[in-house]
Design a protein around this ligand. Structure first.
Ligand code: CA
Length: 518
């Protein structure tokens, strides 16, 4: 009897807490939340505490998991930066547009102005829109970006009201920030030139003997030296504008917080794209030695600090309850740094992609299955875990649905409305029954369908003599992709390869989306 009463009491307390939580924190029904989408760089499935990491501490990211839902089957649609970011912003698979592989530092804008983007859709819905961090989708007009001029078209021509950018990557020139249309700290007396291929300027490079470097660059990373680190590509001029790698995270966090503060009247959309943990991994001195995984772990701590700054600003401005925060990564973790930073030897302590096979640049799960955390108090269950199949490419249709926007017929041809799955609604059908994954170009691709993963091998063109060959895995009981079932499941391979080819040929994968001729 006593036990029974205690049980009832516990039930009542739990119910009251739930009701209080709902009343005090819930967003107004139909209210449109602020949206912060944090798309970080090269964080793997095993890199965060809330996904099982044990050599790092990620209290702020773990807080997001505790106060929101942790997704276990979410994917970047590509295994490298540029195509993932293209697909996220446009809702269109990047392999549909040749030339969207990893972009050089002087790449003109890869997305045609006028294309519907996550930013333009939310801007139409009355949101103030900003992007802070790594861009890597090109800037300016063909044939090559001129960093001495106004850098347009760029994000401001794609629906963003504000932009503060690393133009390409941390390991590429130019090593300068761009704010809206201009290089930050630009000096007309010291014009900027960049070159990918031909050496320019007289300064020593990472390939010259006897140069003093903070960390030694490996193959492809031995060109111009900026801040004691050799990069991909050559750069002259712009000395007053050079970034300091150790300060990049702080700079981006400060710009993100400033944007949030300036937009607090809402609604706002912030696409925050941290540099961490892409190489060169150069933590600020206050993070050095704080992890058990060398500088790689230290920059994970730095990334967690950036997320902490953002969450603290939402708390300070009383915006936490009215803001949807999503955190995810643009591809799986790299397991072989080209810089000699001593971290490659430490992966045994904490496998960057957890148990998953493969890594950045491979079509196995480790290349594209990534952490994905979503918090929206009162709308997304705290402490939830969801196994729904999710893709970053669904942001366009999902945010359109969230804000009551009708997508134009040719917008986001591969973007599905994943809102019910994101919110964890009980009756929700899966947002999608399939997802196409890519590497760095048009081929090879992989097709996920239910629990099955079909991975194209070999042939660059599927209709070339012999065509592609395939591997097939059943992720339901073989998440680590140890057993290739292609020879056993020939009919399934045939069916899935036909479906993949149809998706490839028809120009869209969402029913109702028009064939896109861009
Ligand atoms: Ca990346």
């Amino acid at each position: 009897m006593r036990g029974h009463m205690i049980n009832r009491l516990v039930t009542l307390v739990v119910l009251s807490v739930f009701v209080c939580w709902g009343h005090t924190q819930a967003a107004e029904p139909g209210a449109r939340p602020n949206i912060i989408f944090i798309l970080t760089d090269d964080i793997g499935y095993g890199d965060l505490g809330c996904y099982g990491a044990n050599c790092v501490k990620t209290p702020n990211l773990d807080r997001l998991a505790r106060e929101g839902t942790r997704f276990t089957d979410a994917h970047a649609t590509a295994t490298v930066c540029t195509p993932t970011r293209y697909a996220f912003l446009t809702g269109r698979y990047a392999w549909r547009q040749p030339g969207t592989g990893i972009a050089p530092g002087d790449q003109p804008l890869l997305i045609k102005p006028g294309t519907a983007t996550v930013a333009s859709v939310l801007k139409s819905a009355g949101y103030r829109t900003g992007v802070v961090g790594k861009w890597h989708l090109g800037l300016g007009e063909p044939p090559k970006t001129d960093f001495n001029k106004e850098l347009k078209p760029g994000p401001l021509e794609l629906g963003f009201d504000y932009a503060f950018l690393i133009p390409a990557t941390g390991d590429r020139v130019p090593c300068v920030f761009v704010e809206n249309h201009r290089v930050v700290g630009y000096d007309p007396a010291d014009p900027i030139q960049v070159s990918f291929g031909k050496r320019i300027g007289d300064a020593p490079t990472g390939a010259d003997p006897g140069v003093n470097l903070k960390i030694k660059g490996g193959p492809g990373h031995k060109d111009s030296i900026v801040n004691g680190i050799s990069r991909i590509g050559f750069m002259t001029g712009g000395k007053a504008a050079h970034w300091v790698d150790e300060d990049i995270a702080d700079t981006l966090a400060a710009k993100a917080v400033k944007f949030i503060e300036a937009s607090k009247g809402g609604p706002f959309f912030l696409y925050l794209s941290p540099h961490d943990i892409h190489e060169p991994m150069v933590p600020h001195p206050r993070f050095r030695g704080t992890s058990e995984c060398g500088w790689r772990g230290d920059v994970i701590h730095q990334l967690d600090g950036t997320v902490g700054e953002v969450l603290a600003s939402l708390d300070r401005l009383n915006l936490a309850a009215s803001t949807l925060v999503i955190f995810t990564s643009d591809n799986g973790a790299a397991i072989k740094n080209t810089y000699d930073d001593g971290t490659n030897a430490l992966h045994g302590r904490q496998p960057p992609n957890g148990k998953l096979r493969g890594s950045k640049g491979t079509l196995y799960e480790g290349g594209h299955r990534v952490p994905f955390l979503a918090r929206w108090p009162g709308r997304i269950a705290p402490g939830g875990v969801s196994g729904q199949l999710m893709g970053h490419i669904d942001a366009l249709a999902t945010f359109a649905a969230l804000t009551g926007q009708q997508l134009p017929a040719d917008a986001g041809p591969d973007s599905f409305n994943a809102l019910p799955a994101l919110l964890g609604e009980k009756a929700a059908q899966p947002a999608r029954d399939h997802l196409v994954l890519q590497n760095n170009g048009q081929t090879p691709l992989a097709l996920r369908e239910g629990d099955w993963a079909l991975v194209e091998k070999g042939g660059r063109r599927p209709r070339a003599p012999g065509g592609p060959t395939y591997e097939l895995y059943n992720l339901a009981d073989d998440l680590v992709q140890a057993t290739d079932l292609a020879a056993k499941e020939t009919q399934r391979v045939r069916d899935m390869s036909v479906r993949l080819e149809r998706i490839r040929q028809q120009g869209h994968s969402r029913v109702g989306a028009q064939i896109d001729s861009r």
